[in-house]
Design a protein around this ligand. Structure first.
Ligand SMILES: [Zn+2]
Length: 300
């Protein structure tokens, strides 16, 4: 809508009016440009499982999120409690994904762009040829095109990464793809990157968990410094913000907080992981690459 109106003004030669004292209709256009083009919910570390009334509590969070009139969801991984430990059996994996489907059903009218978390894959399947083994099955259950992918929406470019590789990193194939993908993005197009693990952050100093190839990311992002604006992550269940070379890095807590439990002696409050309460994030994106990233604690 903005674009059409702008084009019309350009064509009609009225744009010059802007510098000549801004008539009322031009003021209203700049107000429009000051509105976000998208509002997104970033949820991460949902860790859903059937016990302790967790499905209902998680669904309550979705109802809270819907109040924000969002356009779509970004889901940062660890969608299910865990499929990754050695003792996890097939039925347990299936049961958790079924609960995930029920959770997902409550937001069936929204697009949900997910990435793979470390707890989403079943590595203990009887064989690597098993239909439920590894990443392919999780990709399938999350209904995403691939373990890493990108898409365009609202004038922004979104990149979803899979850091579940040696030492938390991108594998060679994915690095090649990412370099190409960023090259192909038109100059000055704002880019948002989501991954399960933080690329850069504060919380890594306390608990580890960030990418080991962060220097490579730094160099690549510097090359594309007119494009890359923000990187989102989860995994830590902690909230932090880092900034470097014009890129903001947000680790946005966890919907499950202390895995839906009350916490332990290090929890600053009920359900907290260390000092971070359970919550979700609402992100507003503007046409010119500006953004707001706001964490909302919940008490479900
Ligand atoms: Zn997690």
């Amino acid at each position: 809508m903005n674009i059409n109106r702008r084009d019309w003004i350009k064509k009609s030669g009225l744009i010059t009016g802007a510098s000549l004292g801004a008539p009322a209709f031009l003021r209203s256009i700049s107000q429009q440009e000051n509105k976000p083009v998208m509002r997104i919910a970033h949820i991460t570390d949902v860790h859903i499982r059937p016990e302790s009334g967790i499905p209902d509590r998680a669904i309550k969070c979705l109802e809270e999120i819907k109040e924000f009139d969002i356009d779509f969801f970004l889901n940062g991984g660890d969608s299910i409690q865990d499929a990754s430990y050695d003792d996890v059996k097939r039925l347990r994996v299936m049961e958790q994904w079924e609960i995930w489907d029920q959770f997902r059903e409550h937001i069936k009218d929204y697009d949900v762009y997910s990435c793979l978390g470390n707890h989403d894959m079943w590595w203990a399947a009887p064989s690597k040829n098993d239909d439920m083994y590894g990443k392919e099955y999780a990709v399938d259950r999350l209904n995403i095109p691939s373990r890493y992918y990108s898409f365009d929406r609202g004038g922004w470019h979104f990149i979803i990464l899979d850091g579940n590789n040696k030492g938390v990193s991108l594998d060679k194939e994915q690095w090649t793809w990412l370099e190409k993908d960023l090259d192909s993005v038109r100059e000055s197009t704002p880019v948002l990157i989501m991954s399960h693990y933080p690329i850069l952050g504060v919380t890594g100093h306390f608990v580890g968990g960030q990418y080991t190839d962060f220097e490579k990311f730094k160099s690549l992002f510097y090359k594309h410094r007119n494009k890359v604006k923000l990187c989102l992550s989860g995994h830590q269940h902690m909230l932090d913000t880092a900034w470097y070379n014009g890129v903001s890095y947000f680790c946005n807590g966890a919907l499950s907080g202390f895995w839906w439990g009350d916490g332990n002696e290090n929890s600053a409050g009920k359900g907290y992981y260390l000092e971070t309460p359970p919550g979700f994030t609402i992100i507003e994106l503007y046409k010119d690459g500006r953004f707001n990233n706001q964490y909302h604690p919940h008490t479900n």
